[in-house]
Design a protein around this ligand. Sequence first.
Ligand code: NAD
Ligand code: ZN
Ligand code: ZN
Length: 345
Amino acid sequence: MASYMQAAVVERFGKPLVFQDVVVPTVGPGQILVKTEACGVCHTDLHAAQGDWLLKPTLPFIPGHEGIGRVVAVGAGVTIVKEGDRVGVPWLYSACGHCEHCLSAWETVCGEAQFGGYTKNGGFAEYILADPDYVAHIPDGLAPREAAPLICAGVTTYKGIKVSHVRPGEWIAISGAGGLGHLAIQYAKAMGLQVCAIDIDEGKLAHARRLGADLAVNAQSEGAVEAVRRGTKGGAHGVLITAPSLRAFKQGIGMARKRGTCVLVGLPPGDFPVPLFDVVANCITIRGSFVGTREDMAEALAFAADGKVKADIEVQPLSAINSVLDRLERGDVPSRVVLDFEAAG
Ligand code: NAD
Ligand code: ZN
Ligand code: ZN
């Protein structure tokens, strides 16, 4: 007889998630089943539930791509993980393993990639079916709720900073000091960079300073771009834009130093105008960055296991998901909410 689990399901875009008893998936060959201990709530889950992007998930689906838990069942042929291991089921749910991108360790852009909590059911549920080749391996000593934000917000910002090629002592401007940004600040400091945090919320800017930001600028203040350019003595060597706001993208380009790199990470729907002359004449690089590879994941988790980075979390039960998503939309979540499945028993 089938057993059931609690899940928060997107039945229609733009509507509250619906709590349902869903059949617990059974593992097929090459699959594993993970019993969820904790799952972070990313702004991407909000985009997913609202159907913000051109490529939409098929309804109904279970969001959540920061799910951490223990492996409770392994399918035939699985050797890389075993029952009892603690793993994370990330956005990069799986990839083909054979294309030019996979072969060059850029599995994040594999054309056949599947996305956790988007094209595959995710962690807003008591159990998650996962691909053992793509799960995150959670180091001992990291609690599930501490690990959860790292497997999306953490790896994404760590990778974004890496591809900015900013070197120790140089400046990185981090636009958006929320779920992604509060971790970006910590990774950047741990990597020896000077950090300028930018947000529209004074509380988040104050928190950014506590986390080590050397400079904090309110994006809504007049002359915000100038303030960053002045404070960084000519513009930041790298700009990491995590804010889910098109306005932040245009501003962010203006914050870059000559020959600097703007790394675009936030995913608000739509396009933004690029000031072509400035970008060309100042030799600015604009590049996108999408989560991180499995190698990036291991590195990002190691920073936390070594105590260099710590996610700031607010714990909530799964039953609170709709109010959490509402607060995320209003910019009313201080850093990261993590849904705790253990508290619920
Ligand atoms: P969040 O809501 O936790 O944080 C966003 C922060 O941006 C908030 O602190 C908010 O106050 C701030 N902000 C809003 N408007 C701003 C502006 N104009 N200027 C500066 N700051 C502003 O969201 P999050 O979970 O950190 O996600 C951020 C974005 O990153 C989302 O669009 C999400 O989909 C995207 N994302 C992308 C990737 C990727 O791989 N590229 C991975 C994860 C998330
Ligand atoms: Zn995410
Ligand atoms: Zn591939």
